[in-house]
Design a protein around this ligand. Structure first.
Ligand SMILES: [Zn+2]
Length: 449
């Protein structure tokens, strides 16, 4: 009996070892390869991938026998495609998206349900060509579980960096208990804080449970169910406390900011990125350049809420509708001004406001705002990776990085919209099945795409 068990144990071990030793090789033939969005594209390139990693990029089309150890490599023919690094969205809320009864769902939906929804929305995002996302606010337990399950290959999805709960003052833009009776929504989430000590604690609490970065709301927001405007909410002192507490623990800080006064207070407090930035002016742009902070423009959020407010007058309550009509058009102007002044831009959508999977339309809106194609591609790869401290991992196609690779039929340097329909997506070495029908109710998806 003892012997048998021992033998079975030994067999199991040897099987496990041989399974691990079996490397998976893939070789992609790229007709046009934009390995680094800051550099020129090259034609007829081969990308050699071993398991999750890019091993090398070679001129010309190599065969499996040309690469040592890769005799069984899977050959992937993208010789008539434009190939580049997977896109990165630095502003998502992957656990949900706008629904007519969103308000009621805040007090009825479980963390477990949110996690499962995140799996589906994550896949829609991945199929849209976004192999990495930075989640900036959402149920703490749900998002950390989703991130970890993807990291451990339990479920497929985009690489996720997550903030946990967004941090907000009581009654502010991120206080999801706004307007509810206390017997319905008694306990605000762990990101709600007032005063310096509470603000530090709110940051440290997110980090304790697993936050990769911190997100706080420096100003009012469009979709909060209050008539508190879109300018500064946290005081200067509170913002400094938030940023200090995060930086002391090695976490970067993203600040939601629309109004100029609150936005500039956030920049002076030392945040690493400003989300939205709708009312920035020339002086604000100078402050961006001085501090080195990124702007994450989220034009599609502005586009979406403006479109809903116009087409469905009763979708939003009155103060939200008012804000939606005001802020939407401001955002494009803000991006143009910031780009012209040399502000660093990192691509981000606010997906969850727009439907997950429509992230690519942001590229088109940025282009319409006056940003050139190449700068947009840099913002969605190299810059986004830099903001997320992922430069060593993704953002370009080069040896040593993980194999996050997408392809499109057209050349996005000439027609950025071609990236709205990627023809090939690989995340961390795994090819994603794109042959899944797009949800019929996906909104907004403009005509012609
Ligand atoms: Zn957001």
């Amino acid at each position: 009996m003892f012997k048998k068990t021992l033998l079975a144990g030994a067999m199991f071990v040897s099987l496990t070892v041989s399974a691990v030793a079996q490397d998976k090789w893939k070789i992609i033939h790229a007709g046009t390869l934009l390995a680094d969005a800051r550099e020129e594209a090259k034609s007829e390139q081969s990308i050699v991938i071993k398991n999750k990693q890019i091993v090398e990029v070679r001129d010309g089309y190599v065969s499996a026998s040309d690469v040592e150890g890769a005799a069984d490599a899977e050959m992937i023919d993208l010789s008539n495609q434009f190939v580049m690094a997977g896109l990165i969205d630095t502003h998502t809320h992957i656990l949900g998206q706008q629904e007519p009864n969103s308000r009621e769902l805040r007090v009825t939906r479980s963390s477990q349900m949110l996690t499962l929804m995140g799996v589906e929305y994550g896949m829609r995002t991945l199929r849209a060509g976004f192999t990495t996302i930075r989640n900036v606010g959402g149920d703490r337990n749900a998002i950390f579980a989703l991130r970890d399950a993807i990291n451990q290959d339990i479920v497929m999805g985009p690489r996720i960096k997550a903030s946990g709960q967004g941090i907000s003052p009581t009654g502010g833009h991120g206080d999801s208990s706004n307007g509810f009776r206390d017997d319905v929504f008694a306990t605000p989430h762990s990101g709600i804080c007032d005063g310096i000590a509470e603000c530090r604690r709110a940051v440290r609490t997110q980090i304790k449970y697993g936050a990769d970065h911190i997100k706080y709301v420096a100003t009012g927001g469009v979709l909060s169910k209050t008539a508190t405007g879109t300018d500064q909410q946290f005081t200067d002192e509170e913002q400094i406390a938030l940023v200090e507490a995060a930086h002391a623990m090695g976490r970067k800080v993203a600040a939601h900011a629309h109004g100029r006064i609150g936005l500039e207070a956030a920049l002076r407090a030392g945040v690493d990125s400003i989300e939205h930035g709708s009312y920035l002016d020339e002086g604000t742009a100078d402050l961006f350049v001085e501090t080195g902070a990124y702007l994450v423009p989220t034009l599609i959020a502005g586009y979406t809420v403006e479109r809903i407010a116009k087409e469905q007058p009763h979708f939003f309550i009155a103060p939200v509708r008012q804000k939606a009509l005001e802020v939407g058009p401001m955002m494009k102007q803000a991006l143009k001004l910031a780009h012209d002044k040399g502000v660093k831009i990192a691509f981000g959508t606010d997906a969850g406001v727009n439907d997950h999977g429509t992230n690519g339309y942001e590229l088109v809106l940025m282009n319409e705002a006056g940003m050139p194609e190449r700068a947009i591609l840099v913002s969605a790869t190299v810059n986004a990776a830099d903001l997320m401290d992922l430069t060593a991992v993704t953002g370009t196609i080069e040896a040593g990085k993980e194999a996050d690779i997408i392809a499109s039929a057209g050349n996005p340097l000439e027609d950025i919209g071609t990236l709205m329909n990627p023809t090939f997506v690989m995340a961390r070495g795994t090819e994603i099945d794109l042959n899944v029908p797009r949800p019929a109710d996906l909104f907004p998806w403009p005509d012609g795409y």
